[in-house]
Ligand binder design. Structure first.
Ligand code: SF4
Length: 177
């Protein structure tokens, strides 16, 4: 993979940050899964979320098959950060950019495994658990669904996940080899 060529293309996209990082830096923990189970309304409702994604140990093993990952983030300013719907409406653009970056990695010969934001929202009603995912090429499981401790990653790398008032930050991890 030609990282310099890939970086040139990444710099043309409206990304806030990107970083190439080793997968060994990631911490996977059942504590994150516990929060999914206890607090997320999407638990057991989507192929992009637990339990459909497998146990945390299975998710970790899947990610660790890839020695490195590309972290990307986007930031969008909205009028009121307390307006959840307005914040969520910015997610579609981030997902589109994530697909663009996925395609750039594919052009470089990698077949990335991609994790992105929240539960998938492509279909009005997810086919889980009765039938296979209808758009498996576009659906990215959410980062937290895999038990990844994002706060640890942010601390280790000084990543700016929290960017202040009226700014919505989204991020994706694209594992590659
Ligand atoms: S694409 Fe449709 S079926 Fe697949 S995870 Fe998303 S909502 Fe569910």
């Amino acid at each position: 993979m030609d990282l310099a060529r890939l970086e040139e293309k990444l710099q043309e996209l409206p990304l806030y940050e990107y970083a190439f990082l080793p997968t060994e830096e990631l911490v996977f923990t059942d504590r994150v899964r516990h929060i999914c189970r206890q607090e997320c309304p999407m638990y057991n409702k989507s192929w992009a979320c637990p339990p459909a994604v497998g146990t945390v140990a299975e998710c970790e093993a899947r990610c660790r098959e890839y020695p490195n990952f590309l972290l990307i983030s986007t930031i969008t300013e909205i009028s009121d950060i307390a307006n959840i719907q307005e914040a969520l409406d910015t997610r579609g653009d981030h997902e589109a950019i994530t697909r663009e970056v996925r395609d750039l990695l594919r052009e470089e010969g990698a077949e990335p495994y991609v994790l992105s934001t929240e539960a998938c929202a492509f279909c009005e009603k997810c086919s889980w658990p009765d039938a296979p995912c209808r758009h498996s090429d576009k659906m990215f499981p959410c980062v937290e669904s895999h038990g990844i401790l994002v706060t640890d990653l942010a601390e280790k790398r000084g990543l700016e996940f929290l960017s202040g008032s009226n700014l919505v930050t989204w991020y994706s991890l694209l594992f590659y080899r």
